[in-house]
Write a protein that binds this ligand. Structure first.
Ligand code: AP5
Ligand code: ZN
Length: 229
């Protein structure tokens, strides 16, 4: 079982990846989460990635392929894994094929989360994350239980934004601005969308309408996985 969760920034890859992880018992690997952890830890990779990520650009293929190559060698990946945010370029796609072919494996499913660009800014600018787990919340669509709003009845009070499970503070991503989003979307359309053509002939691409409530998206993902709720 080697799955790719495919879609633009804010499509719901990070929202649904952990749920598929629980369902299938294989790990969800987000290159964005791994890179953010490297930036926080101040590693060599983190130092190289930080400015590129903040500006909404793509980190080099060499770095990202290296991270994934090391990660999928770990024992929890032996029955398969879910890729969130990788591959994103043709070079990454070819590198993944090669890594998998060495193990006699191949990509078994690509879940394409389809959503128009116009709804993504609201999703991205309202997002708060729990950094340690990668869990994401949204001030309007998925508020944490602890959230309280200010006098305008809309703007959340930052101190009240806490992770439901751990009670730890939530934070906003430095690349979740309207201007960085524009760059991320341009990268998605120019570099990432073309790689779908690589998988389409294998019949593994399943499109899901991600422009609906999260529960509806999840139901469609389950049917793409040939599972019922
Ligand atoms: P990454 O972290 O992967 O960011 P991204 O691809 O831009 O995707 P997002 O995390 O923004 O979106 P998501 O689909 O996970 O959305 P989520 O579920 O959280 O990468 C960050 C950066 O790292 C890149 O820009 C790049 O610099 C670098 N990088 C990473 N991988 C790389 C690679 N392979 N090569 C090169 N560079 C790489 O949902 C978003 C919000 O919407 C949340 O608040 C959520 O609650 C809400 N929401 C979700 N679904 C719904 C719904 N159906 N209705 C309403 N709200 C919803
Ligand atoms: Zn994500």
């Amino acid at each position: 079982n080697i799955m790719i969760l495919f879609g633009p920034p804010g499509a719901g890859k990070g929202t649904h990846g952990p749920k598929i992880e629980d369902l299938l018992g294989i790990p969800a690997l987000s290159t964005g989460d791994m890179l953010r952890a490297a930036v926080s830890a101040g590693t060599e990779v983190g130092k190289q990635a930080k400015a590129v990520m903040n500006a909404g650009g793509l980190v080099s293929d060499e770095i990202v392929v290296g991270i994934i190559r090391d990660r999928i060698k770990e024992s929890d990946c032996r029955f398969g894994f879910i890729l969130d945010g990788f591959p994103r370029t043709l070079a990454q796609t070819q590198a993944l094929d090669k890594m998998l072919a060495e193990e006699g494996a191949c990509v078994t499913k690509v879940i394409e989360l389809e959503v128009p660009d116009s709804v993504l800014e609201e999703r991205i600018t309202g997002r708060w994350i729990h950094k340690a787990s990668g869990r994401s919340y949204h001030t309007k669509f998925a508020p944490p239980k602890s959230m309280k709003v200010g006098p305008d009845k809309k703007t959340p009070i930052a101190d009240t934004m806490k992770d439901d499970k751990t009670g730890e503070p939530l934070m906003q991503r430095s690349d979740d601005t309207a201007s960085a989003l524009k760059k991320r979307l341009a990268g998605y359309h120019n570099e990432t969308v073309p790689i779908l053509k690589h998988y389409q002939p294998n019949g593994v691409v399943k499109a899901v309408n991600a422009n609906q409530g999260m529960d509806g998206v999840w139901t469609q993902i389950l049917s793409a996985l040939e599972r019922s709720a």
